[in-house]
Design a protein around this ligand. Structure first.
Ligand code: NAD
Ligand code: TYD
Length: 340
């Protein structure tokens, strides 16, 4: 079994590669990643030397490179994590989000059509459903909730989802989609809420909370997401969407206070800053479908997951400090600069 994992040098993709090598040690995994600012080859150092692992630096929009790789590898499954993933960046500059998230997905699926791939899995997000009001805790996103996006990021992901479903209906491509809530865990890029707050707190820097910090996100430990994708690509129904989330809603401000408490840092570091434009209020997933069809349930409770995550950031300071200082960019040159 050969699986192409795009975006595997990023947060969830790298965790997925580690998970898959544990769950299926005999699989061949080919990671295709452009190594944007969010991709970090050093994250993959523990699997780099495996005979059944290959890393290819390429852009999912580069049709020539993609088709060549499919020709060489003849993969059975493609899992697409590659994306521009940060809402704030999409508000500043939407263009690259449309390019990578929509056109890149189309290029990958065209290669899947040509080479008769058995399954194309699109890693999507609950953000395609827009947001829920804070005063209606009875409401959740189901797979039938209408698409209703707020940011250029979520709009680009929703557009890709529609294309994926269209490729299934029009060309009969064997696809599936997972829409997961906010992930947290090791190797999370320190521009996102949890790793940014941990890194800033450890450096005694202000903790910038948008607006009043009342916004609610539904947090899932990254390994639970990886397990859900593994189940879907093997047993999920073709042409279906599966919501993934663990009923773990938290207000941003409560997370930031918890991080302060765990690290023994004063809450006086918390600084309220201008709100994000179009800021979604609440995300909350109903995971009934994946539970009933595939038996998926989250395994890591938030109380344990956040402690594990903080511990990881304490023990792997070099990983995030080099990112913050921009040093990690040199890693690729060092590893691949002279290689033809
Ligand atoms: P990330 O930003 O940490 O990683 C993205 C990876 O994609 C990086 O390695 C980057 O180099 C690569 N990439 C970007 N553009 C590329 C291109 N044109 N060609 C090839 N590679 C490219 O993102 P993440 O948080 O790991 O998210 C992965 C996927 O999961 C995304 O599709 C995202 O929309 C989705 N998702 C994320 C979350 C979350 O909480 N982080 C939740 C649900 C869904
Ligand atoms: P983020 O990690 O960017 O994920 P998403 O926007 O995809 O949910 O942000 C999570 C929440 O934290 C979101 O409500 C915005 C908020 N936030 C802050 O308050 N301060 C910050 O510095 C960041 C990055 C996010």
């Amino acid at each position: 079994m050969t699986i192409i994992v795009t975006g595997g040098a990023g947060f969830i993709g790298s965790n997925f590669i580690f998970y898959m090598f544990k769950a299926h040690p005999d699989y061949r995994i080919v990671c295709l990643d452009k190594l944007t600012y969010a991709g970090n080859l050093s994250t993959l150092s523990t699997v780099m030397g495996k005979p059944n692992f290959r890393f290819v630096k390429a852009d999912i929009c580069d049709r020539e490179a993609i088709f060549k790789l499919f020709e060489e590898e003849k993969p059975e499954i493609v899992v697409n994590f590659a994306a521009e993933s940060h809402v704030d960046r999409s508000i500043e500059d939407p263009g690259i989000f449309l390019q990578t998230n929509i056109l890149g997905t189309a290029a990958l699926m065209d290669a899947c059509r040509k080479y008769g791939i058995k399954r194309f899995h699109q890693v999507s997000t609950d953000e395609v459903y827009g947001d829920l009001p804070l005063d209606r805790p009875d409401l959740f996103f189901t797979e039938r909730t209408p698409i209703h996006t707020s940011s250029p990021y979520s709009s680009s992901k929703a557009s890709a989802d529609l294309l994926v479903l269209a490729y299934n209906r029009t060309y009969g491509l064997s696809v599936s989609i997972s829409r997961c809530s906010n992930n947290y865990g090791p190797y999370h890029f320190p521009e996102k809420l949890i790793p940014l707050m941990i890194a800033n707190a450890l450096n005694n820097k202000p903790l910038p909370v948008y607006g009043r910090g009342e916004n609610v996100r539904d947090w899932l430990y990254v390994e639970d997401h990886c397990k859900a994708i593994d189940l879907i690509i093997h047993n999920g129904r073709v042409g279906e969407v599966y919501n993934v989330g663990g009923h773990n809603e938290m207000k941003n401000i409560d997370i930031v206070k918890l991080i302060c408490k765990e690290l023994g840092k004063p809450e006086s570091l918390i600084t309220y800053v201008a709100d994000r434009k179009g800021h979604d209020m609440r995300y909350a997933i109903d995971p009934t479908k994946i539970h009933e069809e595939l038996g998926w349930l989250p395994e890591t409770k938030f109380e344990d997951g956040i402690k594990k995550t903080i511990k990881w950031y304490l023990e792997n300071r070099e990983w995030w400090e080099t990112i913050i200082s921009g040093e990690y960019k040199k890693y690729y040159e060092k590893m691949y600069g002279d290689r033809k």
